[in-house]
Every structure is written in structure tokens, then in C-alpha cells.
Design a protein around this ligand. Structure first.
Ligand code: AHM
Ligand code: MG
Length: 433
């Protein structure tokens, strides 16, 4: 008996995670059945339709809650019902995750330390990685659009692809997420975060997959079929992150600017605190794991050396701030300016961070806030993924800082680096070091 990708979502997702070196890209035209980002109100531009400045009768006591914000966007047909459901799920799940992270030191036996498992990428899983993954996955299933997935062996996407990220389908949307990014920090009570991205479901052919759970035996055409549902960052319709820190901050974009909410725990609601987020054009902070300096590509070494010494375009000496939690480091970069980088190095020629559920959503947010995100030569959003856990170098932040860094790559004109970049843009398999 054969099973189709959409009647057996869990199985298809596990297979996605198993995509190996032989995967072939196959893209099909998208259906484009939504009239997204169009306002029903003829007097409002798309930008205005997103703006809370247009909201009337805002409650003085609470301000604009996330719930209210989404209702308004829905009324203006900026978001449809399914996308609202996805946001409701993420909103509720993130409140639970905030609570878990906050309570962890008080419930150490249940919440802190290692789970004892290693995920598909060979990384130790923290207990909270597993728990938060469940929280987010279940919340998305409860949208009612994920019944198919709930009816499948729900462990499959988790055990088959990764403990730490998965894709789920809503029918109209595909959600990618990292439930607890930076979890190595969590035992120390240091900021961690959730990252998510939402793609519109593509009109892909049904993939006939074999019965059972052994996905190592997929044929080339089956692998190609499953791979075709992966999309580049530029196809994202929404992306966001939640930072669990001194406060819980939810920042997201729907493709027309970037907004920020803060969890008001006294009412259990996110409240709009940053209606128009814009990253400064230039900053004076860089954020990267400098312990890798000796292994970085030459252009990165030269650029960082110059801004440290005040020999960059501004003549200012930049400061280093690095938490080792992407969400925290990117949030600070977004607010204060400067740049965050996890570049390639000789050991990890594609860097460390994952394209689909870390780099692309963050790149989308930063671009929508007026910043940039590149791999060195190319825009992160342009890279077509060839595997769920594909890694990619990333340099993101203030427009002028990222452009300055990019000039070092252009200037170096290293043929190996350029070929690696072109290969990524072509959707080629990662080239080993
Ligand atoms: P994770 O998804 O396993 O938590 O890894 C991602 C994290 C990012 O949050 C952070 O930017 C990076 O890993 C830090 O890595 P390093 O410890 O090498 O500096
Ligand atoms: Mg992560």
C-alpha cells in the first residue's frame, strides 16, 4: 500500500528530515489562492493596514493586545483565518514556554539538564528542548487544521527529523520552528528564545511514500518530491521570535514592517510595545563567537579586526556583546544596531545556524525592520533549502554595517568562497570542507 504526503503528514515530515546527499530539488508553481496583504478598506494602504495607528477605541488599561491586533488585521483581510490560528497557537505556546523557562530552577529535576537523547544533528537534547517542542507542536495541532498530523505517529517528525525543530502543515500554511533556541544557556537562567517561520503551502504533487517507518529506502523521485515542499526565505509570509529574558518579547513580521509585543503576565496577554520597529542604519556593536576567529574565512577576519581597531568606515572602535543565544543577540542587534554573525569557518563551511528555522526567519525580520542578512556574498533569503537541517553562514544587522562587511567578501574575490556561495544559490548540496 502507498501513502501520500498529505494523507500521512507525519511520515512525510520524517522523510523530509531524512533527506540526504542525493536529494534533488524539484519546484512546482504555488497556488496563490489567498489574497494576502490586501486591505478590504480602499482608504488604507497595505502599510497602514498593519499599523495600530489606525485602530480606534483602544482600551486605555490594556493597550493593543496581540489578540486585538490580529482581529484588526483579520478584519482588514491582511491575515486570513488560518494564519490567525497559527498565531494564536504560537502566542499560547510561547506563554507556556515562558512559564516553563521561568520555573525551571524551581523544578530542576523535571525541567533542567539533559534528556539523555541526541538529536539527528548529533546534539545533546535538553529536557526543555523536548518539552517545549511538544508544547509548540501540540498548540499547532490544536488549530484544528492539523488533525492529520495528530492522527499519525506524532513522534515521527520529532524522532525522525529532529528534536529541536519540525515542520507542520495546516492545510494552507507550513510552519517551521525552533522551540528553544540557545538551550545550552537555559540551565544558567540566561536568555533563550523560540524562532518561527510560516510559508504558504505549495501546490506540490502528492508524494507516494512507502508504508512503514523506514525512510532510508526512499527512491530518488520520492526524495525529490518531498524536497519540493521546502521553500526559500523569500517565500515566507510571516516570521517571528519570542525572547524569554527579563521580559518576554514577541517580535514578528507579516512582510510589511516589524512589530514587537511584550507579555504582560498580570493579564496573561501580549501587549503592543513596539509598533514600528526599525533597526538603526549603523551601530557600534558586533556579536559573534570570537573564539572561532582563527578558523574564519579571511574576509571576516579582516572585517572584524578593522572594526575592533576603529579602522572601519566609521572610524569607531566597535564593542563586542555575545550571549550565545541567537534570539537574544539578534533582539539586541535589532534594537541597538550593529551586527550579529555566525560565519563559516574552516571546520563548518556552512556555519552553524540552520537555514529554514533560524537564519531565514531572522533574515526576514531584519529585512522588514530595514536591516540586511547575508551569507557573505549573497542574501540569505534567496537560498533555496535542500534539506530541513541545512546550515548556512549568516551576517545580519544594520544596513550599513552588513554592507561594509559584505565589501570585504567582494574585495577578497576568493574563488572558493564564491563557488560555495553560488552553489548554495543554485540549490546544490553543501560542499564538504
Ligand atoms: P541551538 O539551536 O542548538 O540552541 O544552537 C543555536 C545557538 C544559537 O542560539 C547561537 O547563536 C549559537 O547556537 C551559539 O553557538 P556557539 O556556542 O557556537 O557560539
Ligand atoms: Mg536553534
Amino acid at each position: 500500500m502507498q501513502r501520500s504526503i498529505f494523507s500521512s503528514t507525519g511520515i512525510a515530515l520524517a522523510a523530509l528530515g531524512a533527506l540526504g546527499a542525493g536529494a534533488v530539488r524539484a519546484r512546482r508553481p504555488s497556488r496563490n489562492f489567498h489574497k494576502m496583504h490586501g486591505s478590504s478598506d480602499k482608504h488604507l494602504t497595505a502599510q497602514q493596514a498593519m499599523s495600530p495607528d489606525q485602530f480606534v477605541d483602544v482600551c486605555e488599561k490594556t493597550g493593543v493586545t496581540l489578540n486585538r491586533y490580529m482581529i484588526e488585521l483579520s478584519r482588514r483581510q491582511v491575515v486570513d483565518a488560518d494564519l490567525c490560528s497559527v498565531f494564536n497557537s504560537i502566542r499560547e505556546a510561547s506563554k507556556v514556554i515562558a512559564k516553563l523557562v521561568n520555573r525551571a530552577p524551581l523544578s530542576q529535576a523535571e525541567l533542567l539538564g539533559l534528556e539523555g537523547e541526541v538529536n539527528v544533528q548529533g546534539e545533546d537534547q535538553k529536557k526543555l528542548d523536548v518539552i517545549t517542542n511538544e508544547v509548540l507542536k501540540k498548540a499547532l495541532q490544536y488549530t484544528g487544521k492539523l488533525g492529520t498530523m495528530a492522527s499519525e505517529e506524532e513522534d515521527l517528525p520529532v524522532s525522525g527529523s529532529s528534536s529541536n525543530a519540525l515542520l507542520t502543515e495546516t492545510g494552507n500554511y507550513v510552519v517551521v520552528f525552533d522551540p528553544l533556541d540557545g538551550s545550552s544557556n537555559v540551565d544558567a537562567g540566561i536568555a533563550v528564545g523560540t524562532i518561527f517561520g510560516v510559508f504558504r503551502e505549495q501546490d506540490v504533487e502528492e508524494c507516494e511514500l512507502p508504508e512503514g517507518e523506514d525512510f532510508s529506502k526512499l527512491s530518488d523521485s520520492q526524495v525529490a518530491c518531498v524536497a519540493s515542499s521546502l521553500q526559500p526565505g523569500k517565500s515566507l509570509v510571516a516570521a517571528g521570535y519570542v525572547l524569554y529574558s527579563c521580559s518576554t518579547e514577541l517580535v514578528f513580521t507579516l512582510g510589511q514592517g516589524c512589530v514587537g509585543f511584550t507579555l504582560d503576565s498580570s493579564i496573561g496577554e501580549y501587549v503592543l510595545t513596539r509598533p514600528h520597529m526599525r533597526i538603526p542604519k549603523r551601530g557600534s556593536i558586533y556579536s559573534t563567537n570570537e573564539a572561532n576567529f582563527s578558523k574564519w574565512d579571511e574576509p571576516m577576519k579582516e572585517y572584524i579586526s578593522d572594526i575592533q581597531a576603529g579602522k572601519g568606515e566609521t572610524g569607531k572602535k566597535y564593542s563586542l556583546r555575545y550571549i550565545g543565544s541567537m534570539v537574544g543577540d539578534v533582539h539586541r542587534t535589532l534594537l541597538y544596531g550593529g551586527l550579529f554573525a555566525y560565519p563559516a569557518d574552516t571546520k563548518n563551511v556552512d556555519g552553524k545556524l540552520r537555514l529554514l528555522y533560524e537564519a531565514a526567519p531572522m533574515a526576514f525580520i531584519l529585512e522588514q525592520a530595514g536591516g540586511k542578512a547575508v551569507t557573505g556574498f549573497s542574501r540569505v533569503m534567496d537560498i533555496p533549502p535542500v534539506a530541513v537541517h541545512q546550515r548556512v553562514p549568516i551576517i545580519l544587522g544594520s544596513e550599513e554595517d552588513v554592507e561594509e562587511c559584505q565589501k570585504y567578501y567582494e574585495k577578497s574575490d576568493d574563488p572558493v568562497l564564491r563557488a560555495r556561495c553560488e552553489n548554495r544559490l543554485r540549490g546544490g548540496q553543501p560542499v564538504p570542507a
